[in-house]
Every structure is written in structure tokens, then in C-alpha cells.
Design a protein around this ligand. Structure first.
Ligand code: 5AD
Ligand code: FES
Length: 336
């Protein structure tokens, strides 16, 4: 539909009027499929231990300044109960790649949540695992899995990660996740060090080919205790253009207005919704651990109770004409 040249021109556009036209087109495609509804997901950041060492990420293993925490099963279930009372129908369990949470423990947790909340969607976001592990999680009752590919270009991937990680392995995990039966979320950061417009084009071509059910897109934001502490943040407008292009290429995708966008700019999330996004993921984690899940500097919502975030988000989106939808919000093709 779009040639590489056309996409590159949009990716690097700096005419605000053309941006507005692009966002309007993306918005109308989103409206045709999902109306004005915005799906709410309750995000539980349940461990900030991580065995990986991604150069951009604040909870990388080499960051000795992070106070590490791991919620207990009981605490996680409490978050789910609070989430359910606030109306959430999806729980997103996100964490670093924490070896303590081995497959037995993860599966036991999923089964407990599944038993208590038979109708809820359970989304995992716990990194790269083997095909066997993914299958075990799926059979235990998880429905969805988020694993951003971060950048589709493998040389660029190598610039952002230590040698033991590879872009090829990451993409392979995404293919396995889809095959396992998960509604699968890919995604990437905009404005990471060394990123070129051509890399963003590759991100678009990759999602066009993979056809993930979800696509998470956020600006890179430096974190002061990482090797990229002094690198500039990604641009708000370019991130919004990537959201819009993703909507045009995958009209039915579930696209979150990410916390990183809200952290970069006060109305970043609202603007993403206006550029084609249709999901928000307010934080459900206990307030005392929120500041410890510091992937980047200046993360919002770290001092707010779950209920505050839930209603703050509702107020914010209503002001822009969107309608909070406290439903499971499965991908159109996956919903029965
Ligand atoms: N800036 C923006 N996003 C980040 N992430 C990790 N570190 C940063 C950062 N410094 C994103 C990655 C990861 C997701 C959970 O958070 O894309 O997949
Ligand atoms: Fe968390 Fe507004 S969404 S305080």
C-alpha cells in the first residue's frame, strides 16, 4: 500500500499540517474498527529483578542503584482484586527477566489468577523464554503476551543490547508466541541512540509481516543510571507518526497510548489516542514499589494510588471525546 519512499517521507515529516492530516486518517481507521472506545488494562509491575543488561533500561542488571523488589503471589492477587473492583477486565503482569520466577512459579501464579478471575484476560510481559515455556504459560491460562522487538534492524539492536542478546532471537520469540496461540504484542522505541529513519521503516515492515495483535510504541527516554544517560529522548511527534502509521498498516491492532509518551509530554497519551491508539494501561502496582520500576527518568504515575490512575485516565480521555471501555477488549480476530 505504501512504498518505502512514501513511508520514509512520513516518518521524517516536519510539517505540522501534514502530521495533522496523518493523525486524522489514522483516527478514522481506528474509529471504523473500535469507535471511540479506549480499552483499559491494569498493569502490575511485579518484579524489577532482571538478568538482562539492555543499555537503555533502568532496571538492567548492572544498575547497582536500583532497590530490587519482587511482589509475592499474595500481593499480586491483591492487585488483581483491587483491579477487578476498579472495573479492569485485563491484568497485565509485567516484570524484568527474573530467574526466581521460573516456569513452575509463573504457571502457579497464572492458575491462581485464572481460578479466581475466570473471565478476565491475563497478559504476560516477562521477556524471552523457550517455546516450551510459552506453551506452559498458555496452557496455565494466560491469553496474551507482550514482547517488544525494540528495533527490527539487527545491527541497531546490537547497539542497544549486550552481545548475548540478538534481534533475531527476539523476533523468533514473537513468531513462537503467535504460533502458541497468544494474542501477541510487538513494539519498539522511537529515538533510541543510533536509530535512523530507515530503522523505523524496518519496524513498520516487520509488524506488517508479523501482524501482531498489539503494538506498543513509546519514545526512548534516558535513565540517569544507564550507559545512555546523556542521550537525547525521542521526539513526541515522531512517536505519534509511528503510532498513526501502525494504525494505517494494521487497522485492527490494539495500540496503547504508552506511559512513556505521557511521561515525555503532559498530553502525550491523549495525543496518541488522537493519532490512532486505542488502549491505556494505568498502573495497578502497589504505590510503595512504583518508583522502583524506573525504566526511564521522569516516569509518571509513580506516586498515585491505583484508583487515582484509573479515574485520572478516565477524566483525561473523556476530555478528548473518548469513551472508557472496561471490557476485555480482545483483538477483533481473536474475540469469539
Ligand atoms: N525509555 C523508553 N522506554 C523504555 N523501555 C525500557 N527502557 C526504556 C527507556 N529508557 C521500554 C522497552 C521495554 C518496555 C517494557 O519499556 O521498550 O520493552
Ligand atoms: Fe496515573 Fe493520571 S493516569 S495519575
Amino acid at each position: 500500500m505504501y512504498s518505502d519512499t512514501e513511508l520514509l517521507k512520513i516518518i521524517t515529516n516536519n510539517d505540522p499540517e501534514e502530521d495533522e492530516a496523518l493523525f486524522a486518517r489514522a483516527r478514522s481507521v481506528r474509529e471504523a474498527h473500535y469507535g471511540a472506545d479506549v480499552y483499559f488494562r491494569g498493569l502490575i509491575e511485579f518484579t524489577n529483578y532482571c538478568k538482562n543488561d539492555c543499555y537503555y533500561c533502568g532496571i538492567r542488571r548492572s544498575n547497582r542503584k536500583v532497590e530490587r523488589y519482587r511482589l509475592t503471589e499474595t500481593q499480586i492477587l491483591e492487585c488483581c482484586r483491587l483491579g477487578e473492583s476498579l472495573g479492569y477486565k485485563t491484568f497485565v503482569l509485567q516484570g524484568g527477566e527474573d530467574p526466581w520466577w521460573n516456569d513452575e512459579r509463573v504457571c502457579a501464579l497464572i492458575k491462581m489468577i485464572r481460578a479466581e478471575f475466570p473471565e478476565h484476560a491475563i497478559t504476560l510481559s516477562i521477556g524471552e523464554k523457550t517455546a516450551e515455556s510459552y506453551e506452559r504459560y498458555f496452557n496455565a491460562g494466560a491469553n496474551r503476551y507482550l514482547l517488544r522487538h525494540e528495533t527490527a534492524n539487527e545491527e541497531h539492536y546490537a547497539l542497544l543490547h549486550p552481545a548475548e542478546m540478538s534481534g533475531a532471537a527476539r523476533k523468533q520469540c514473537l513468531r513462537v508466541l503467535k504460533k502458541t496461540g497468544f494474542q501477541t504484542g510487538a513494539g519498539f522505541m522511537v529515538g533510541t541512540p543510533g536509530q535512523k529513519p530507515e530503522h523505523l521503516l524496518e519496524d513498520l515492515r516487520f509488524i506488517e509481516e508479523l501482524k501482531p495483535e498489539m503494538v506498543g510504541i513509546g519514545p526512548f527516554i534516558p535513565q540517569s543510571d544507564t550507559p545512555f544517560a546523556n542521550e537525547p529522548a525521542g521526539s513526541l511527534e515522531q512517536t505519534l507518526r509511528m503510532v498513526a502509521l501502525t494504525r494505517l498498516l494494521l487497522p485492527e491492532a490494539l495500540i496503547p497510548a504508552t506511559t512513556a509518551l505521557g511521561s515525555l509530554s503532559n498530553e502525550g497519551r491523549e495525543r496518541a489516542l488522537r493519532a490512532g491508539a486505542n488502549v491505556v494501561m494505568p498502573n495497578l502496582s502497589p504505590v510503595n514499589v512504583r518508583k522502583l520500576y524506573a525504566l526511564y527518568d521522569g516516569k509518571i504515575c509513580t506516586g498515585d494510588e491505583a484508583a487515582e490512575c484509573r479515574f485520572c485516565m478516565e477524566r483525561r480521555i473523556r476530555r478528548f471525546g473518548f469513551v472508557p471501555a472496561m471490557v476485555r477488549g480482545d483483538h477483533i480476530a481473536a474475540a469469539q
